[in-house]
Design a binder for this molecule. Structure first.
Ligand code: ATP
Length: 577
């Protein structure tokens, strides 16, 4: 428990002032409970059991007011202590979520191939939630319970000095250490079960997100039954691991209760034979109760801290993931980039599978360079290495002669506009979706970019024009419309390097020819890498790189390649005949 507690106190360190304040206030509530109630009980029952004849009314009222005053102080202090601990605990959770989210933004693309969406969502939500519980709900006990225990034990010691024979009753506290062993064993088990439960929860979240993401496929292939069965199986696995957590969480308190009731019973027997007076006996009984009750709360707290620290471990696993791509200490200046791209003996593999082997080529500034080749030949990989979505395994890529690893990553990507095969739009207005191309762009510049991408007409026909919300991933727009918005972003960015991944694939032939005209304007003075399977869209390319099995097997102009390269000729003929 102390190890878990240390972890949590470290997290709370930035809010230590508030935590200390809460602990002091909680301590007052604890002392009032452990010692105050015990003293109050003795005074009150002294009058009740021995009679109050001859006592002035004022004194009787004063003694009777002990409990309302005590509970007022306990109530106010408990509220304030809980409030401040919750404030500190929720601040830690807010910071941790923000830190985790911002770390995920920096992780390399390769990371997302090792973790599922559901797993990441579960760590960001369910695991932080479990920690929140450990930090806030149990924080209260942490402030109050130890001092309640201390107050009650001090009262027992005081009574021991005051009254002969009472000392024997303390033998019953000797049972307290017995509580530690079962609590320790049970919290260890609880930690393991809590981890499994969080993992099962991640699997359920992942299944859910996959199913919702594939709503069309589920209906098209009548997969509802299969999905229902799969999900029900996941839920029953989650249920059984949740029940294990419940079992270990709630078996802690009966263990403590049984041991403490044996202590109280022994106190009764010893007190009876030693002839302890009624009011002293009640005070001792209250003190004994208040020394066992905090132990019960603390053992529960130990369980919650264990669960919370398992969740913290899962969060820290992600925070410990290396961002992979190293930033240069003295970044090179590329303010006036001309756009020359050079590959020198570049090799790259996704894990064990080589995707590019010793690729070398030079792309002149302003060159429209098309990448062609059969499926899986390495075209997308080649394009993905330029913005450093992945880093080369060997060799180098240079922009205007500068190794891209020498350039600040944000600056490097600022110099590029990328239009992917399946452009992703955010659930926001069309205006804001286009503005992603350049955040500082004015509304007029956004409209101008949309016009250049031949998107203005269809946008103006939408119910709310540029303010139309496009839905999650742009679901309310057609494929061609989404792609034109993605093109408008690229126009707005006006970067010296353009990467077009099948940029015109979702367009009908009319839009495609319009885009082609717009592209002819856009590419002027820019270096363009275009992965286009449709040969019609690359006929204006000044250079073509032919890929096969991770190598560039030939390069040149369209006409010379048609005569010289059999693979290129085959691909070309397959499309045109
Ligand atoms: P296509 O025209 O079908 O898009 P491509 O020429 O663009 O294909 P790449 O996507 O670059 O080919 O893929 C090259 C090789 O790398 C293929 O064998 C592919 O299976 C593999 N590959 C691509 N992406 C990944 C990935 N994320 N993880 C593992 N292997 C991958």
């Amino acid at each position: 428990m102390l190890k878990d507690l240390k972890l949590f106190l470290e997290l709370l360190h930035p809010y230590r002032f508030r935590v200390r304040l809460a602990l002091v206030i909680g301590g007052i509530a604890g002392l009032c409970t452990g010692a105050g109630i015990t003293i109050g009980a003795e005074k009150l029952f002294g009058i009740v059991l021995n009679g109050s004849q001859g006592m002035p009314l004022g004194s009787v009222i004063a003694i009777a007011s002990i409990f309302p005053i005590l509970f007022l102080v306990i109530g106010i202090c408990t509220f304030l202590s809980t409030y401040h601990l919750n404030h500190a605990g929720l601040s830690v959770i807010r910071d941790l979520r923000a830190q985790l989210f911002s770390h995920i933004q920096r992780l390399p693309l390769a990371f997302f191939q090792t973790k599922t969406t559901g797993d990441l969502i579960a760590r960001l939500t369910a695991d932080t939630q479990a920690m929140q519980y450990a930090l806030t709900i149990t924080g209260r006990d942490l402030a109050i319970a130890p001092l309640t225990f201390l107050g009650a034990v001090s009262m027992l010691a005081y009574k021991g000095c005051e009254h002969d024979g009472v000392i024997y009753i303390y033998c019953s506290i000797a049972l307290l250490p017995l509580v530690i062993f079962p609590v320790r064993k049970l919290t260890q088990k609880l930690g393991q079960k809590a981890r499994t439960q969080q993992e099962e929860l991640a699997t359920v979240t992942n299944d859910l997100s996959q199913n919702i993401g594939a709503a069309k496929e589920v209906r098209a292939f009548n997969l509802q039954d299969r999905e229902n069965k799969r999900f029900a199986l996941r839920l029953s696995e989650l249920f059984s691991s949740q029940m294990k957590v419940v079992k270990y969480t709630f078996s802690l308190s009966p263990v403590v209760e049984i041991i403490s009731s044996v202590g109280l019973a022994s106190a009764f027997v010893i007190g009876y034979y030693k002839g302890v007076t009624g009011e002293v006996f009640i005070a001792i009984f209250a003190a004994l109760y208040f020394s066992y009750a905090p132990i019960k709360r603390i053992s529960y707290l130990a369980g919650e801290l264990r669960k919370g620290s398992e969740s913290l471990k899962r969060i820290r696993e992600i925070l410990a993931e290396s961002i992979g791509i190293e930033e240069p200490t003295n970044p090179a200046d590329i303010d006036n980039l001309r756009g020359e791209i050079t590959f020198r003996k570049v090799s790259f593999a996704y894990g064990e599978t080589p995707a590019l082997s010793e690729v070398s080529t030079e792309i002149e500034p302003g060159c429209v360079c098309a990448l062609v080749g059969p499926s899986g030949a390495g075209k997308s990989t080649f394009a993905n290495l330029v913005p450093r979505f992945y880093d080369v395994d060997s060799g180098s890529i240079r922009l205007d002669g500068v190794d891209i690893r020498e350039i600040d990553i944000l600056t490097l990507r600022e110099k590029m506009a990328i239009v992917t095969q399946d452009p992703v739009l955010f659930d926001d207005s069309i205006m804001e979706n286009i503005r992603l191309g350049r955040e500082s762009a004015t509304d007029q510049e956004v409209v101008q970019a949309a016009k250049q991408a031949y998107a203005n007409d269809f946008i103006e026909q939408q119910e709310n024009g540029y303010e139309t919300i496009v839905g999650e991933r742009g679901i309310r727009l057609s494929g061609g419309q989404k792609q034109r918005i993605a093109m408008a972003r690229a126009f707005l960015r006006n970067a010296p390097i353009l990467i077009l991944d099948e940029a015109t694939s979702a367009l009908d032939s009319e839009s495609e020819s319009m885009i082609q005209k717009a592209l002819d304007q856009l590419v002027l003075g820019k270096t363009v890498l275009t992965i286009a399977h449709r040969f019609s869209s690359i006929k204006n390319a000044s250079k073509i790189l032919v890929f096969d099995s991770g190598r560039i097997i030939d390069e040149g102009g369209p006409k010379e390649l048609y005569h010289r390269c059999p693979l290129y000729r085959n691909l070309y003929d397959q499309q045109t005949f």
